[in-house]
Ligand binder design. Structure first.
Ligand code: SF4
Ligand code: FE2
Length: 628
């Protein structure tokens, strides 16, 4: 009864949606179609922060009523928005803190399974926040770095360490408005307090603390997650790698890791390469063990090690319908509860691994960083068992898309500058001479309320056609990789100027940077563009823009808010939790820019979105005097 082509443009996903439907199994696409979003909630016109309510205002006439306590639409929307940002920030910072926990144990010599893999990165991160590195032992630097970075979370007064990486003038704007983050825990605590019933009831003041909280993610929790992961597991460099479900192999034991924390994945890589486990797989009749990623930790190991990626957020259910997934191991974030039921239908072994994220009905095999292989070996063994007794028919969509992945900001430096201590000068030069019009970050989730991948792909195509270089992370990156835009030959789809740069350097017009926490790489790239000079003296001067056209999570809203607070025009699609015509909306979509920040934009049409972003880029070019 459904036309699956309206749900997705991903051929593998469409094929598996058909199979799942034929097997009598439903997915989030059908559930979304059947459950209309609440119109009051979607506009953020309801409040449930106390037992005098919940209170519902009228979205069609938002100032006609107030809540029982007297809260206006602006207070209600600002509080709702801030709490979503707080949740998003908490997710990224808790992830970052886990990475820092692993780092501490490595530094203290209490973990044998991980080590400092990228000393160069360790030194450069340490130097960037003022730690002495010359002539010092790696472990001494690492100890200091741990202590410094811990302040990102726990500091109660002062500025988070990575504030040192923020361009001076941008930092001045933050200081002027009192929004330089102290420590993530403090900022999250304060915004939760202030958005409680009867506390902060001035939407402008709420939005200030909301920005401060979001910045504690972008320049804090997320940036620590990225930098520590690079130090422990290696900084990505470009390499050819594949995405899509065709990388499942019928004659292999297939294991999918889906989630966000790279430590689980890194140990799983070790487990699937363990000769004893490979021998066991062969005994069970398999040709070998095949490991794939999904979602963000998948995007990270795709970027770092070239592990194939099976698909983004809206493909995590249907990949199980292939019947080929012998095991799926998940950790935290973006794990649909429905995966348990789906796995039961197809006999896939489904494991939760993180004490923070258990799911009713799932088998929990806890991952401990001190003995990581206990968990990952067990998952492999159970996957081999399932392979031996595969219950049903296996159908693997024959889609395999190759592309170049792994553009860390260090490598973008190198690639454009020609030496490893290169710089963004050539990028700035190409922006100034007009070959490249500007840079756009296109990131974020997929959402079953809109056609999967279509908005990402159409938006990016439109941007590169107009000579805008695109950088990507997360599920958006996987959408474009499936569409074949991460190959150098995709330069034919770019405008003449961008195509010329791509051909000279040998790079694709779309650069994949990794997972959602790796949006911090984009922030650092922006800071570098400012530092190199010629494009103004703060991030809000740069001809750049951001977009998350198919977002769904609170984490995405937090990312959007930290880009806005950093000075970037950021356009979201699907829906936006505010009402046009309200003061809160006006602040977010106009006022913040007047105060020296970036601002929000919203559109549901990808071409309109591209036009808005390009107009903004042109406006910035004009202000810099580099038009034409
Ligand atoms: Fe209603 Fe105010 Fe309570 Fe919100 S805080 S539920 S608006 S009474
Ligand atoms: Fe993510």
């Amino acid at each position: 009864e459904y036309n699956f082509r309206e749900f997705s443009t991903c051929e593998a996903t469409i094929q598996m949606l058909q199979k799942a439907a034929a097997d009598g199994v439903e997915t989030a696409f059908q559930r979304a179609a059947e459950m209309k979003a609440c119109p009051i909630g979607a506009d953020s016109a309801c409040c449930k922060h106390c037992a005098m309510g919940p209170c519902r205002l009228n979205p069609k006439d938002p100032y006609s009523k107030v809540g029982v306590c007297g809260a206006t639409i602006d207070t209600i929307a600002a509080r709702n928005f801030s709490r979503m940002v707080a949740a998003g920030c908490a997710a990224h910072t808790d992830h970052g803190m886990t990475m820092l926990d692993v780092f501490r144990e490595v530094v203290n010599g209490r973990i044998a399974d991980y080590k400092i893999k990228d000393e160069e990165k360790l030194r450069s991160v340490a130097a960037s926040i003022g730690i002495e590195v010359e002539g010092r032992e790696t472990m001494e630097i690492a100890k200091d770095l741990y202590e410094e970075l811990e302040r990102t979370y726990t500091q109660v007064e002062g500025e988070i360490p990575f504030a040192k990486r923020v361009p001076e003038k941008t930092l001045e704007t933050w200081r002027k408005h009192g929004i330089v983050p102290r420590g993530a825990m403090r900022e999250i605590m304060e915004i939760m307090h202030r958005s409680h019933m009867g506390v902060d009831q001035d939407y402008e003041n709420i939005v200030k603390q909301c920005s401060r909280t979001a910045l504690a993610d972008g320049w804090g929790g997320s940036m620590v997650a990225t930098e520590i992961s690079d130090i422990l597991f290696g900084t990505p460099k470009p390499h050819v790698a594949g995405v899509n479900m065709g990388f499942l192999r019928e004659d292999h034991v297939n294991i999918i890791v889906h989630g966000h924390e790279p430590n689980l994945f890194e140990s799983m890589i070790d487990s699937v390469n363990d000769p004893d486990l490979i021998a066991k797989a062969k005994e069970a009749g398999a040709a070998g063990i095949n490991l794939l990623g999904m979602c963000c930790s998948g995007a990270e190991v795709l970027s770092r090690h070239g592990v194939p990626h099976a698909g983004n957020f809206m493909s995590t259910e249907v990949v199980i319908a292939t019947g080929a997934a012998d095991a799926m191991a998940v950790d935290v974030q973006c794990i649909k509860q429905a995966l348990v039921q789906m796995s039961e239908c197809y006999g896939t072994k489904f494991f939760t691994t993180n004490p923070r994220a258990k799911i009713e009905g799932a088998q929990h095999v806890e991952f401990h960083e001190h003995e990581p292989r206990k968990c990952t070996n067990k998952v492999v063994e159970m996957a081999i068992e399932r392979f031996r007794n595969r219950p049903g028919r296996v159908v693997i969509p024959q889609r395999r898309d190759m592309g170049v992945h792994g553009f860390s900001h260090e490598y973008i430096n190198y690639m454009l500058g020609g030496t490893f201590r290169g710089s963004y000068t050539p990028l700035n030069d190409n922006i100034i001479n007009g070959r490249i019009r500007g840079v756009a970050g296109v990131v974020g989730c997929t959402n079953p309320r809109v056609k999967q991948d279509w908005y990402h792909v159409e938006l990016v195509k439109e941007l590169i056609k107009n000579n805008v270089l695109v950088v990507q992370t997360g599920c958006s990156q996987i959408a474009l990789a499936k569409a074949g835009l991460m190959k150098p030959d995709a330069a034919v789809l770019a405008g003449d100027g961008l195509a010329e740069v791509c051909e000279t350097v040998g790079m694709p017009p779309v650069l994949g940077c990794g997972s959602c926490v790796d949006n911090s790489r984009i922030l650092i790239a922006c800071a570098e563009m400012v530092r190199v000079g010629g494009l103004g003296d703060k991030i809000s001067d740069l001809p750049v823009a951001g977009a998350a056209p198919e977002y769904m999570s609170e984490k995405a809203l937090c990312i959007g808010q930290y880009f806005v607070a950093s000075g970037v025009y950021t356009v979201f699609g699907v829906t936006f939790p505010s009402l046009e015509g309200t003061k809160f909306h006006k602040l977010m979509f106009e006022g913040l820019e007047e105060m020296g920040f970036g601002k929000w934009g919203f559109a549901t049409d990808p071409y309109e979105m591209a036009r808005m972003m390009i107009d903004h880029i042109d406006k910035k070019r004009e202000a810099l005097g580099i038009m034409g």
